[in-house]
Design a binder for this molecule. Structure first.
Ligand code: SIN
Ligand code: FE
Length: 293
């Protein structure tokens, strides 16, 4: 059974802007890299009344789960309509999430790159998804079209549910034990297939051995019913009005219930980490005895 102190580290952060003290910064970096979720129970992202009044799952287009903001282009995707308060909410969150991450994770400096911002208004519980897309199953994050070559995926979430509903997760075992468990059943990466996918435009660039293993791990663990029902995991609830951060490529997680979350993705090269040996890339390289990116 997983213990709470293996899974989460709470930090008494009360503002979105640093500078933060050296002690809290060091704790944040080491907890994240050790595979824990950093929880900020006293940090709420405040939506304005005009924004709250437009928040609705009806903003989603069709079957989409997320509305996303591409910061580079300013484009919002996945929305049936984009009322001005929705755009304002997402932009302000993107800005504040960036400020928080840069302050709290100051040692990463400019190596930490911001990716997409998402708004997740729909209730997770009771929806139907294909097993591979069902994030209620324990998984690590791996992107099918965007090869990362070992770069880390760091995500910052804020629960802004106007009705106060908590976001319920399950958090799983350490990456090294997950990888050791599944590696024998994963296909050996092949450069030929990776080149073909890139040529066909199925991926943005060529998948490394690392990308192939991480995608296979994502799918294999999600589709393994025995693992899903018996895997070591701890239920954890994030109350409305709280914020949390986690390396989702490293920490097995399942989002079971909740609605109205905001999320900001960041990428980080392994070389910028304080303890690079904890990166999934390095763990997989040790276990396979191969260079994977
Ligand atoms: C996920 O990354 O699996 C979903 C997390 C969430 O939306 O709470
Ligand atoms: Fe995920």
């Amino acid at each position: 059974m997983m213990q709470p102190d293996q899974v989460v580290t709470e930090l008494p952060v009360t503002g979105w802007t640093g500078p933060f003290g050296p002690q809290i910064v060091q704790t944040a970096v080491s907890a994240l890299e050790a595979g824990r979720v950093i929880v900020l129970p006293a940090l709420a992202f405040a939506a304005e009344p005009a924004e709250l009044s437009v928040l609705s799952a009806d903003l989603l287009s069709g079957r989409r789960k997320n509305i996303s903001l591409d910061r580079a282009t300013g484009k919002i995707g996945g929305a049936a309509a984009v009322p001005a308060p929705l755009e304002a909410l997402m932009r302000r969150f993107a800005f504040q999430a960036d400020s928080l991450a840069r302050g709290l994770l100051a040692p990463y400096g400019a190596a930490l790159r911001a990716g997409r911002t998402s708004f997740r208004p729909a209730e997770i519980a009771g929806r139907s998804y294909s097993p591979r897309k069902d994030d209620r199953r324990l998984h690590i994050d791996a992107f099918p079209t965007r090869p990362l070559h070992g770069d880390r995926i760091l995500r910052l979430f804020a629960n802004i549910a106007p009705d106060g509903k908590a976001r319920a997760w399950r958090v799983g075992e350490p990456f090294a034990s997950l990888a050791a468990r599944f590696l024998p059943s994963l296909p050996t990466p092949t450069a030929a297939r990776a080149r073909l996918y890139a040529m066909l435009g199925l991926t943005k660039g060529v998948r490394s051995g690392y990308d192939q293993l991480m995608l296979a791990l994502h799918d294999t663990m999600k589709l393994d019913e025995a693992y899903q029902s018996r895997a070591p995991a701890l239920p954890w609830s994030f109350p409305a009005g709280t914020t949390w951060m986690v390396f989702t490529d490293q920490v097995p997680h399942a989002a079971m219930a909740g609605h109205f979350a905001l999320e900001q993705t960041f990428y980080l090269p392994v070389s910028a980490m304080a303890s690079p040996e904890t990166a999934p890339l390095r763990v997989l390289e040790r276990l396979t005895g191969r260079v994977l990116a």
